[in-house]
Design a protein around this ligand. Structure first.
Ligand code: URA
Length: 192
Protein backbone atom coordinates (compact mmCIF):
# COMPACT_ATOMS: atom_id res chain seq x y z
CA UNK A 1 0.00 0.00 0.00
CA UNK A 2 1.20 3.49 -0.83
CA UNK A 3 1.07 5.79 2.21
CA UNK A 4 0.61 9.56 1.96
CA UNK A 5 2.01 12.22 4.30
CA UNK A 6 -1.41 12.44 5.96
CA UNK A 7 -1.39 8.69 6.63
CA UNK A 8 2.03 8.93 8.29
CA UNK A 9 0.97 11.94 10.38
CA UNK A 10 -2.06 9.98 11.55
CA UNK A 11 -0.16 6.78 12.33
CA UNK A 12 2.47 8.66 14.36
CA UNK A 13 -0.19 10.60 16.26
CA UNK A 14 -1.85 7.32 17.30
CA UNK A 15 1.28 5.17 17.64
CA UNK A 16 1.54 2.71 20.54
CA UNK A 17 4.29 0.53 19.04
CA UNK A 18 6.67 1.01 21.98
CA UNK A 19 6.61 1.94 25.65
CA UNK A 20 7.49 5.59 24.94
CA UNK A 21 3.89 6.08 23.86
CA UNK A 22 2.95 5.81 27.55
CA UNK A 23 5.35 8.52 28.77
CA UNK A 24 5.32 11.00 25.87
CA UNK A 25 3.22 14.15 25.96
CA UNK A 26 3.14 14.57 22.19
CA UNK A 27 4.75 12.58 19.38
CA UNK A 28 7.02 14.71 17.21
CA UNK A 29 6.49 14.28 13.49
CA UNK A 30 9.10 15.56 11.02
CA UNK A 31 8.68 19.21 9.99
CA UNK A 32 9.60 21.46 7.17
CA UNK A 33 9.39 21.47 3.43
CA UNK A 34 7.96 18.23 2.10
CA UNK A 35 9.48 19.01 -1.30
CA UNK A 36 12.94 19.62 0.16
CA UNK A 37 15.99 17.95 -1.32
CA UNK A 38 17.78 18.24 2.03
CA UNK A 39 16.70 16.00 4.93
CA UNK A 40 18.12 16.28 8.44
CA UNK A 41 17.76 13.28 10.74
CA UNK A 42 18.47 13.58 14.46
CA UNK A 43 18.04 11.24 17.37
CA UNK A 44 14.87 11.83 19.35
CA UNK A 45 12.77 14.74 20.62
CA UNK A 46 13.93 16.49 23.77
CA UNK A 47 11.71 17.65 26.65
CA UNK A 48 10.59 20.89 24.99
CA UNK A 49 9.88 19.13 21.70
CA UNK A 50 7.81 16.61 23.69
CA UNK A 51 5.71 19.45 25.09
CA UNK A 52 5.19 21.23 21.78
CA UNK A 53 5.17 18.32 19.31
CA UNK A 54 7.68 20.13 17.05
CA UNK A 55 11.31 19.12 16.36
CA UNK A 56 14.18 21.35 17.52
CA UNK A 57 12.28 24.02 19.44
CA UNK A 58 14.56 23.85 22.51
CA UNK A 59 18.16 24.92 23.06
CA UNK A 60 19.48 22.54 20.37
CA UNK A 61 17.03 24.19 17.98
CA UNK A 62 18.52 27.60 18.76
CA UNK A 63 21.96 26.29 17.81
CA UNK A 64 20.56 24.76 14.63
CA UNK A 65 18.93 28.07 13.67
CA UNK A 66 22.22 29.89 14.24
CA UNK A 67 24.01 27.38 12.02
CA UNK A 68 21.35 27.75 9.33
CA UNK A 69 21.67 31.53 9.50
CA UNK A 70 25.47 31.40 9.25
CA UNK A 71 25.31 29.02 6.28
CA UNK A 72 22.46 30.68 4.37
CA UNK A 73 19.93 27.93 5.04
CA UNK A 74 16.41 28.23 6.41
CA UNK A 75 13.99 25.84 8.08
CA UNK A 76 11.53 26.49 5.24
CA UNK A 77 13.81 24.84 2.69
CA UNK A 78 14.74 21.69 4.63
CA UNK A 79 12.91 18.76 6.21
CA UNK A 80 13.89 17.89 9.79
CA UNK A 81 13.00 14.66 11.53
CA UNK A 82 14.19 12.22 14.17
CA UNK A 83 14.81 8.47 14.37
CA UNK A 84 12.41 8.31 17.34
CA UNK A 85 9.21 10.30 17.24
CA UNK A 86 8.75 10.20 21.02
CA UNK A 87 10.88 11.64 23.81
CA UNK A 88 12.95 9.12 25.80
CA UNK A 89 12.60 10.10 29.48
CA UNK A 90 15.64 11.90 30.84
CA UNK A 91 17.05 12.23 27.30
CA UNK A 92 18.61 8.79 27.53
CA UNK A 93 19.84 7.08 24.35
CA UNK A 94 17.08 5.36 22.37
CA UNK A 95 16.76 1.64 23.05
CA UNK A 96 17.17 -0.84 20.21
CA UNK A 97 13.51 -1.91 20.37
CA UNK A 98 12.38 1.75 20.24
CA UNK A 99 14.45 2.38 17.13
CA UNK A 100 13.13 -0.79 15.50
CA UNK A 101 9.54 0.22 16.27
CA UNK A 102 9.98 3.76 14.94
CA UNK A 103 12.23 3.37 11.92
CA UNK A 104 9.41 2.34 9.53
CA UNK A 105 8.03 5.89 9.90
CA UNK A 106 11.40 7.30 8.91
CA UNK A 107 11.46 4.96 5.91
CA UNK A 108 8.08 6.26 4.75
CA UNK A 109 9.17 9.87 5.28
CA UNK A 110 12.31 9.23 3.20
CA UNK A 111 10.33 7.41 0.52
CA UNK A 112 7.88 10.28 0.16
CA UNK A 113 10.47 13.05 0.35
CA UNK A 114 13.09 11.43 -1.92
CA UNK A 115 15.88 13.66 -0.60
CA UNK A 116 19.10 14.22 -2.59
CA UNK A 117 21.06 14.85 0.62
CA UNK A 118 20.61 13.28 4.06
CA UNK A 119 22.43 14.83 7.02
CA UNK A 120 22.59 12.77 10.21
CA UNK A 121 22.85 14.94 13.29
CA UNK A 122 24.91 13.03 15.83
CA UNK A 123 26.22 9.54 16.45
CA UNK A 124 22.88 7.80 17.05
CA UNK A 125 21.45 8.88 13.70
CA UNK A 126 24.72 8.30 11.83
CA UNK A 127 25.08 4.77 13.21
CA UNK A 128 21.51 3.91 12.33
CA UNK A 129 21.45 5.50 8.87
CA UNK A 130 25.00 5.42 7.52
CA UNK A 131 26.86 2.61 9.25
CA UNK A 132 26.70 0.88 12.67
CA UNK A 133 30.40 1.57 13.22
CA UNK A 134 30.28 5.24 12.20
CA UNK A 135 32.67 7.30 14.36
CA UNK A 136 31.29 10.82 14.53
CA UNK A 137 34.55 12.36 15.79
CA UNK A 138 36.61 10.92 12.94
CA UNK A 139 34.07 10.68 10.15
CA UNK A 140 31.84 13.76 10.42
CA UNK A 141 31.80 15.66 7.14
CA UNK A 142 32.58 12.57 5.03
CA UNK A 143 30.17 11.47 2.28
CA UNK A 144 28.55 8.16 1.36
CA UNK A 145 26.43 7.67 -1.76
CA UNK A 146 23.32 5.49 -2.12
CA UNK A 147 21.45 5.55 -5.41
CA UNK A 148 20.64 9.23 -6.02
CA UNK A 149 21.27 10.30 -2.44
CA UNK A 150 24.39 11.69 -0.76
CA UNK A 151 24.65 11.02 2.98
CA UNK A 152 26.78 12.71 5.57
CA UNK A 153 26.83 13.31 9.32
CA UNK A 154 27.91 16.03 11.67
CA UNK A 155 27.82 16.56 15.42
CA UNK A 156 24.42 16.92 17.05
CA UNK A 157 23.72 20.56 18.06
CA UNK A 158 23.62 19.44 21.71
CA UNK A 159 27.33 18.53 21.37
CA UNK A 160 27.95 22.23 20.65
CA UNK A 161 26.00 23.14 23.80
CA UNK A 162 28.42 20.95 25.76
CA UNK A 163 31.53 22.13 23.87
CA UNK A 164 31.21 25.41 21.98
CA UNK A 165 34.53 24.78 20.21
CA UNK A 166 32.66 22.26 18.00
CA UNK A 167 30.60 25.04 16.42
CA UNK A 168 33.21 25.82 13.74
CA UNK A 169 33.57 22.16 12.76
CA UNK A 170 29.80 21.79 12.35
CA UNK A 171 29.61 25.06 10.43
CA UNK A 172 32.32 23.81 8.06
CA UNK A 173 30.32 20.58 7.52
CA UNK A 174 27.16 22.59 6.85
CA UNK A 175 28.91 24.91 4.37
CA UNK A 176 29.99 21.79 2.46
CA UNK A 177 26.39 20.52 2.57
CA UNK A 178 25.19 23.82 1.08
CA UNK A 179 27.87 23.54 -1.62
CA UNK A 180 26.74 19.99 -2.43
CA UNK A 181 23.13 21.17 -2.59
CA UNK A 182 24.11 23.90 -5.09
CA UNK A 183 25.91 21.25 -7.17
CA UNK A 184 22.72 19.15 -7.33
CA UNK A 185 20.67 22.20 -8.29
CA UNK A 186 23.08 22.97 -11.14
CA UNK A 187 22.88 19.38 -12.44
CA UNK A 188 19.08 19.53 -12.32
CA UNK A 189 19.13 22.86 -14.14
CA UNK A 190 21.37 21.40 -16.87
CA UNK A 191 19.01 18.43 -17.38
CA UNK A 192 15.90 20.61 -17.68
N1 URA B 1 17.30 16.74 19.80
C1 URA B 1 16.97 15.88 18.81
O1 URA B 1 17.70 14.93 18.52
N2 URA B 1 15.84 16.09 18.17
C2 URA B 1 15.02 17.12 18.42
O2 URA B 1 13.99 17.24 17.76
C3 URA B 1 15.41 18.00 19.43
C4 URA B 1 16.54 17.79 20.12
Amino acid sequence: MQYTWNDIDRHIADCTQCALSRTRHRPVMGRGNRQADLMLIAEAPGAQEDQQGIPFVGSSGEILDRLFWDCGLSREEVYITNILKCHPPGNRDPKEEEKEACVPYLKYETFLLKPRIIVCLGRIAAQRIISPDFRITKQHGTWTYRKDCALTATYHPSAILRDSAKYEAVKKDFLEIVRKQAEFHQQKFKKE
